[in-house]
Design a protein around this ligand. Structure first.
Ligand code: PEP
Ligand code: MG
Length: 761
C-alpha cells in the first residue's frame, strides 16, 4: 500500500471507532503495524495535574494504561511537548532527558520518535514510537507520524470537550458534570435556558437525539416513512425498467430488502424503543452502518456507504415532511444551537421565545451574528467542540460576554449568572437617562448616532432609544425572508415603512448586498472564494433589472418624505460608482415620468469596505454626497482574515494598527472634500472602538439598536480632548492587543468598564 493509502485507512479506522478508547487503541495498533516498530503509544496531557498520562499502547505493559504518567517537562515525552516539535533519536537512552519507566515493562528502547499532538496552538499530548535497535526513523516516517498526529488532534480535542477523556480515567462517569465550551462572543449578554437544536432539513448528520415522548407515535411515523420510501423505489424501478440491465436493477431490490423489518427498519424501531425519537434513531442506525462499511477493506463494499446514506436521506425526507405539519415548540428562553444557523433560520423562529444562540461554525461578524446583535440575543459562535446532536433540551448558560457556554451548569454557576443578569438589568435601567440627551462630549463635540436596521423589529427599539436616523438599512434582510425576489410594489411597501418610521430623520438604504456570506435561498451563488467573488455592487451592476427595480421602489417609497439616502456597498472602483449613479439617474427620470410628481434626488453615498476604496476615496467622494465605512468588511480585507472563520477569529481585530490608520485616512480625505463621513460596521457599537472613532473625527456612528444607549453614555462622558489624547497615543503603538488594553484602561479610568461587561467596574 502506498503511504497515502495507509494514512487514509488509519484515519478512517480511527474515525469509525465506536468510542474514544477504541479510537486511541486503533491508532496505536495501526501505527505499530504500519511503521514496523516495537512500541507505539499515546500520552495525553491532563490539564489538572499537568502530567502526560499513558492512554494507549501497543508494546508496553497494558496495565500501565491510565496509571503511568510523566511530568509536563519530564522525559523525552515532556521534551517533545515542551518544544512543540518532533524528537527523533537513534540513541535515546543516552539522552539526558531519557526517563526509564519500570511500570511499563519498558526495556532499553534506543530509538524514539515522538510527535506532539497539537490543537489550536495547544499541546494535547504526544504520539510515540519506540524500538530496541538503534534505528533512525527517516524523514518520510517522521512526516507520516506528524500527519497522523495532526489528524488525531481533532479526535482528542473533541473527546476532551465532550468529557470522554475524563470518563476513561474515572471509573464511574459523572453524568451531571458541568461541561464548558469556548467560542467567540457574537452578541453580548447572558442567557439561561434549554437547548433547541436547529438543523437544516435533509441533513442526516445534524439530526439531534431527542427523547421520544410517544414511542407508538414515533414508530407509526417511521412506518409511514418507510412505506413511502418503498413506494418511491418501486416507482423508480418501474421508470428504469427499459433503461437498465436486470443486474443494475437488482440494486432496487437490495434497497427494498434493506428497508425490511429484519434490516434497517427493525434496527431503527429498536432504537426508538430504547428511547430516541424516529429521526434520531434513524441517524444512529445510518451512522453505525456507514462506519461499518467505511472500515471494510473491500472497495466495493466501502462504496455501499453511499447507498445506506441515500436510503437514510430518503427516509429522513419523509419523516421531516410529517414533522413540519406539526409545528415545533420553543419554550421560553430557548437557546438555539446548531452547526450553522443562518439568518433565514433565525428569523423563522418565534423571536420572543429565543434567549440565546450557540453555533459550531461562524464568527462574530457573520451576518447572523449581526442580526442577533440587532435583536439583542446573546450569541456565541465558533464553538467547534459542541456535541450538538446530544444536547437537545439540555440546560445551558450562554455567556456571550466571554464567548463561553456551560452545559448542565451547576447550581452555584446558575446563581452566579442570575446575579450577572440582575446587574445587567440595572445597567440597562441606568442607561435610561441617556434616552433623550444629545450625543455630545462634555467639551461640546457632537456626534450623530444612527441605527442599523433590517427588520421592522429594529425600528421600534431604535426610536425608543433616540436614534437620529438610520445609518444602514440592510435591504438584503427582507429579501432573505422571501422565497423569490420581491417585486417593485412589494419593495416599495417595505421601504415606505422604514422611511415613514423615521421621517424627517434620514434613512440610509443600502442597495442589495448579497454574495459573500449573505446568500438568498432562491439565488444561490457557488464560488470557491465568495469573499473575493461576485458580491454587493458587482452583482447588482451585472443585473440592472434587479438594481433598477430596487432603486425605483426606494424612490417611490420616499415620495413626500424626502428622507431617503442611498448607499452603495462593496465599491472597489470609480467606474462602479459612475455606473450606479447612471442607473439611479435613469430610475429617477422614469419614476418622475410615471408618478407625475417631482422626485427629489436622494443623497448618495459610497461604502468603504475594501482597501482599494480607502486609497481612492479622494476620487470617489467627488461623485457622491457622503461616505460610510463598512468596517466589518474593511477589517476582513485589510487583514486578509475571513470574518466568518472561527479558526482565525482571534486575529480578526479592528484594533489592528493598519485598520486604524486606514480609517483615519478615510476621515481626513472625505473631510478635505468638505463632505461627511460615518461608520456603520460593528466597531461603531463597541464602547472602546467608538471612543477612537469619535476622536478620529467620524461625523456619525451607526450601530445596532441594542448598543445605542451604551455608546451615547460613552460620548456624553468622555471629553473629546481626552479621546484625542488616547488616539494619539494609540496611533504610535504597533500591536493590536496593546492598543486594546490601552483603550480598556481608559474606559476603566472613566468608570465605564461595566459597559463592556457587567460585573467589571
Ligand atoms: C460592513 O461590512 O461593515 C457592513 C456594515 O456591512 P455588512 O456587515 O452588512 O457586510
Ligand atoms: Mg459589508
Amino acid at each position: 500500500m502506498l503511504m497515502l493509502e495507509k494514512l487514509r485507512k488509519i484515519v478512517q479506522d480511527v474515525d469509525s471507532a465506536p468510542n474514544f478508547t477504541a479510537a486511541l487503541d486503533t491508532m496505536v495498533t495501526s501505527v505499530r503495524e504500519t511503521m514496523g516498530t516495537e512500541v507505539s503509544s499515546v500520552y495525553l496531557l491532563d490539564e489538572k495535574s499537568n502530567r502526560y498520562i499513558l492512554m494507549a499502547t501497543e508494546g508496553l505493559n497494558p496495565d500501565a494504561i491510565g496509571t503511568v504518567s510523566l511530568g509536563w517537562n519530564e522525559g523525552l515525552v515532556g521534551l517533545c511537548g515542551a518544544r512543540e516539535e518532533p524528537i527523533n533519536l537513534d540513541n535515546a537512552s543516552a539522552h539526558p532527558k531519557y526517563h526509564y519507566l519500570p511500570e511499563t515493562g519498558e526495556e532499553k528502547y534506543n530509538s524514539f520518535l515522538g510527535v506532539p499532538i497539537m490543537h489550536r496552538r495547544k499541546v494535547l499530548g504526544v504520539l510515540v514510537v519506540q524500538q530496541r535497535d538503534k534505528r533512525k526513523f527517516d524523514e518520510s516516517e517522521e512526516a507520516f507520524l506528524v500527519t497522523l498526529s495532526a489528524q488525531l488532534s481533532g479526535v482528542v480535542a473533541h473527546a476532551k470537550a465532550v468529557g470522554s477523556f475524563d470518563v476513561i480515567r474515572t471509573p464511574t462517569p459523572r453524568a451531571n458534570i458541568t461541561r464548558v465550551f469556548n467560542g467567540i462572543a457574537g452578541a453580548s449578554g447572558i442567557a439561561i435556558g434549554r437547548a433547541v437544536v436547529m438543523y437544516p432539513p435533509a441533513d442526516i448528520d445534524s439530526v439531534p437525539d431527542r427523547v421520544a415522548e410517544d414511542t407508538d407515535h414515533e414508530i407509526h411515523s417511521l412506518r409511514i416513512a418507510l412505506e413511502a420510501v418503498r413506494e418511491d423505489i418501486r416507482e423508480l424501478d418501474k421508470k428504469m425498467a427499459g433503461a437498465l440491465m436486470p443486474e443494475e436493477r437488482a440494486l432496487f431490490d437490495a434497497y427494498l430488502r434493506m428497508l425490511d423489518d429484519n434490516a434497517l427498519g427493525g434496527e431503527i424501531e429498536e432504537r426508538i424503543h430504547a428511547g430516541n425519537w424516529a429521526q434520531g434513531a434513524l441517524r444512529e442506525v445510518i451512522e453505525k452502518h456507514m462506519q461499518a462499511f467505511a472500515a471494510m477493506d473491500d472497495p466495493y463494499l466501502r462504496e455501499r456507504r453511499a447507498d445506506v446514506r441515500d436510503l437514510g436521506l430518503r427516509i429522513l425526507a419523509h419523516l421531516q415532511k410529517q414533522e413540519s405539519a406539526s409545528l415545533r415548540e420553543f419554550p421560553d428562553h430557548s437557546i438555539l444551537i446548531g452547526e450553522e444557523i443562518t439568518t433565514a433560520m433565525l428569523v423563522e423562529t418565534p423571536l420572543d421565545k429565543i434567549g440565546g444562540i450557540v453555533t459550531v461554525e461562524g464568527a462574530a461578524n457573520s451576518h447572523m451574528a449581526i442580526v442577533a446583535r440587532a435583536l439583542g440575543i446573546p450569541t456565541v459562535l465558533g464553538v467547534s467542540e459542541l456535541p450538538v446532536t446530544q444536547l437537545d433540551d439540555t440546560e445551558m448558560i450562554v455567556d456571550a460576554y466571554q464567548g463561553r457556554v456551560y452545559v448542565q451548569p451547576s447550581r452555584q454557576l446558575r446563581t452566579r449568572y442570575k446575579d450577572i443578569i440582575k446587574e445587567e438589568l440595572q445597567l440597562v435601567a441606568g442607561l435610561d437617562a441617556y434616552r433623550d440627551v444629545p450625543a455630545e462630549t462634555p467639551d461640546g463635540h457632537r456626534v450623530a448616532l444612527y441605527v442599523n436596521t433590517g427588520l421592522m423589529a429594529d425600528v421600534a427599539r431604535a426610536k425608543d432609544r433616540g436614534a437620529e436616523g438610520v445609518g444602514l438599512y440592510r435591504s438584503e434582510i427582507p429579501f432573505m425572508l422571501r422565497e423569490r425576489f420581491p417585486g417593485e410594489e412589494e419593495q416599495r411597501g417595505i421601504y415606505r415603512q422604514q422611511l415613514e418610521a423615521f421621517a424627517p430623520r434620514p434613512v440610509t438604504m443600502r442597495t442589495l448586498d448579497i454574495g459573500g456570506d449573505k446568500d438568498l435561498p432562491y439565488f444561490p451563488i457557488k464560488e470557491d472564494n465568495p469573499a473575493l467573488g461576485w458580491r454587493g455592487i458587482r452583482i447588482t451592476l451585472d443585473h440592472p433589472e434587479i438594481f433598477m427595480v430596487q432603486i425605483r421602489a426606494m424612490l417611490k417609497a420616499a415620495i413626500g418624505l424626502d428622507n431617503l439616502q442611498i448607499l452603495l456597498p462593496m465599491i472597489s472602483s470609480v467606474f462602479e460608482v459612475e455606473e450606479a449613479l447612471h442607473l439611479i439617474h435613469r430610475a429617477m427620470m422614469e419614476v418622475q415620468e410615471e408618478e407625475g410628481v417631482p422626485i427629489t434626488m436622494p443623497r448618495i453615498g459610497v461604502m468603504v469596505e475594501v482597501p482599494a476604496a480607502v486609497f481612492q476615496i479622494g476620487d470617489m467622494v467627488q461623485l457622491v454626497d457622503f461616505v460610510s465605512v463598512g468596517s466589518n468588511d474593511l477589517t476582513q480585507y485589510m487583514l486578509a482574515v475571513d470574518r466568518n472563520n472561527a479558526r482565525v477569529a482571534d486575529i480578526y481585530t479592528p484594533y489592528h494598527p493598519s485598520v486604524l490608520r486606514a480609517l483615519q485616512m478615510v476621515v481626513d480625505e472625505v473631510h478635505r472634500a468638505g463632505k461627511p463621513v460615518g461608520i456603520c460596521g460593528e466597531m461603531a457599537g463597541d464602547p472602546g472602538t467608538a471612543m477612537l472613532l469619535m476622536a478620529m473625527g467620524f461625523d456619525s456612528l451607526s450601530m445596532s439598536a441594542s448598543n445605542l444607549l451604551k455608546i451615547r453614555k460613552v460620548i456624553c462622558n468622555v471629553p473629546y480632548i481626552q479621546a484625542r489624547g488616547l488616539l494619539e497615543q494609540v496611533m504610535q503603538v504597533d500591536n493590536a492587543a496593546v492598543i486594546r488594553s490601552l483603550v480598556e484602561f481608559e474606559l476603566e479610568d472613566l468608570g465605564l468598564l461595566d459597559l463592556l461587561r457587567p460585573g467589571k467596574k
